[in-house]
Design a protein around this ligand. Structure first.
Ligand code: ADP
Length: 546
């Protein structure tokens, strides 16, 4: 028997329509690329998104066609998100930090027909175009009088001119909510980047979960600043979630240094923000220097890489900001787990609460998870057994975009293999040890590179640390710790680092060597690139191995 309920498709356009209709005076503030802050409202954003949708229709863009964006977190990028998906095409957000060959690969693989870009990326795109024959034109986010030199662009179009020619008087088209809405490629740490193709329905369900109290707990009383870029996994869904609840949205543009982030957080009275640990490292360093305060900021989501304990303690103890540790992936839209306490944890002593926060969180409703051993057998959720984490749910990819089945064999049995190794405790909190390919295998046992790194950065003279497994004749692999010193900690020695680790880790986890470097390699999403680091150290031999 079928239910007698309205069959309303869950479309992304309904989010901005809701924000415009019921929170129409709520502000969207953007730190512009080169100028002062730009301010307008959700109501104005929707009209401009509709104008852009009309302009795309006039250009002949069809349902399902991919439109690439190379842009920072700005109001125009928000308009593009809604204008493109709202008219039935697919917003392909492109990470400008990809290597040139990867950029070329993703634009061609996605078969983008138009690129919508910030002025910052004109040269990047001009160099790419000779290798991207399917791109028909480039829409530049600028007003006519601010257009850069576009002589090397194919069919360049000024965004403000383009939308000026439209009325914005249209109803958002209605179509199947299983249609594709957005496309994001992984940063391709091994092989070519792979595309996660998100749908309208999957995005709306993800949004509903994201705003819930045990997730980001967003409301119309918040002022939300996504520092996490809109060019990677839809800024963790924040441009959608903020529309759903009608929050003030604050967008940092391309200014991601500690001072700029601090200035915007305080001047716009931001209550909620989100980014990877690297960004927060810069903010905390800046605040330390100037004696900053965060009076309005209530909570900060830290994810994408494990959040070091020292960072958590700094936010919570020094600035009174609650840290929400989160784990997810491009392939998961991206939310998988988020760390909030249960009722039984509320009376724990402070130290035990922070202990619990070291976990990347517990499953959100909508994501199911399990850990398996090498034979694929399910392991117990006892907080001790570790295995590969598998996930399933309506906002997790069933398959990669346009890859043959063999390459995409990931979701064979209805479970997506994350490539992450963790333990799950009886309350569902996951304790990530490592990525499967980064775990250090010493004498048949595993050493967590993440744990070593997070503990090492707790030392005041350590700016950043990476642990990798190095070949060892007796133990198979032993840990090497590679450290970047802080500016003030240049006298740091190997013995000091090892003494600091002593007692905080099992004896047999102690790195066989500590090496100091000027910098560590990062991926396009700002994570440590262990692949490149291993490459740098391929001729290195541990003192214990010879
Ligand atoms: P990429 O494009 O680099 O793959 P993703 O954002 O998809 O970027 O990265 C997802 C991966 O990041 C996860 O599989 C996991 O290894 C790592 N990760 C994300 N959040 C956390 C966390 N809180 N703790 C540890 N690792 C994390």
């Amino acid at each position: 028997m079928l239910a007698k309920m309205m069959d309303r498709p869950l479309l992304i356009s309904s989010l901005i329509a809701h924000a415009a209709r019921w929170h129409g005076d709520q502000e969207i503030v953007t730190r512009t690329i080169d100028g002062p802050n730009h301010r307008y409202t959700w109501a104005e954003a929707e009209i401009r998104a509709k104008k852009f949708a009309q302009a795309l229709q006039r250009l002949g863009v069809q349902q399902g066609e991919r439109i690439g964006t190379l842009a920072w977190n700005t109001n125009r990028h928000v308009e593009a998100y809604y204008g493109i998906a709202g008219m039935g095409a697919v917003t392909h957000t492109i990470n400008p930090r990809l290597f040139p060959e990867q950029l070329e690969y993703v634009v061609n693989h996605a078969e983008d027909t138009y690129l919508v870009i910030d002025t910052t990326f004109v040269d990047l795109v001009a160099n790419l175009l000779p290798h991207a024959p399917k791109v028909k034109g480039v829409i530049v986010f600028a007003a006519r009088d601010a257009m850069p030199d576009i002589s090397r662009l194919r069919n360049p179009i000024c965004y403000e001119d383009l939308i000026d020619g439209e009325t914005g008087a249209m109803d958002w088209p209605v179509f199947d909510d299983n249609s594709a809405a957005a496309l994001c490629y992984t940063s391709g740490t091994t092989g070519n980047p792979k595309g996660a193709l998100y749908g309208h329905k999957s995005t709306i369900i993800h949004t509903l979960c994201e705003i819930a109290p045990d997730c980001m707990n967003l409301s119309a009383r918040d002022a939300v600043m996504p520092v996490v870029p809109m060019f990677h996994v839809n800024a963790w869904g924040i441009p959608y979630a903020t529309a759903a609840v009608g929050t003030k949205l604050v967008l940092p543009g391309r200014h991601l240094d500690g001072k700029s982030i601090y200035d915007l957080l305080t001047s716009e009275k931001v209550t909620f923000t989100a980014a990877v640990p690297t960004i927060w490292m810069m903010l905390l360093a800046h605040m330390n220097e100037i004696g900053g305060r965060l009076d309005d900021l209530d909570r900060v989501v830290i994810g994408g890489s494990a959040c070091p304990r020292a960072m958590m303690e700094a936010f919570q103890n020094d600035y009174g900001v609650q840290v929400l540790h989160a784990w997810g992936m491009t392939e998961m839209s991206p939310l998988g787990t988020l760390n909030t306490p249960k009722a039984k944890h509320l009376d724990l002593p402070d130290v035990a609460k922070v202990d619990l926060q070291q976990s990347a969180g517990r499953p959100l409703f909508g994501v199911d998870m399990k850990i398996v051993d090498e034979e694929g057998r399910t392991l117990p959720n006892d907080g001790v057994a570790t295995g590969e984490l598998k996930v399933t749910g309506p906002w997790i990819i069933a398959d990669y975009f346009n890859l043959d089945q063999k390459a995409a064999a990931h979701a064979e049995d209805g479970w997506f293999s994350t490539g992450d190794v963790c333990a799950i405790d009886p309350d569902g909190y996951i304790w990530i040890t490592d990525r499967l390919k980064d775990v250090i295998k010493s004498g048949g046992e595993w050493i967590s590179s993440i744990d070593l790194e997070n503990i090492a950065v707790g030392h005041p003279k350590v700016a950043e640390a990476a642990a990798i497994g190095m070949p060892h004749p007796k133990w198979d692999e032993r840990p090497l710790l590679v450290v970047v010193k802080t500016a003030k900690g240049q006298d740091l020695t190997k013995d000091e680092v090892l003494a600091y680790l002593d007692g905080k880790i099992a004896k047999w986890w102690t790195p066989d060597d500590v090496v100091f470097v000027e910098d560590l390699p990062h991926t396009a999403t700002g994570k440590l690139s262990k692949l490149q680091l291993r490459e740098r150290f391929k001729d290195y031999v541990l003192p214990t191995a010879s």
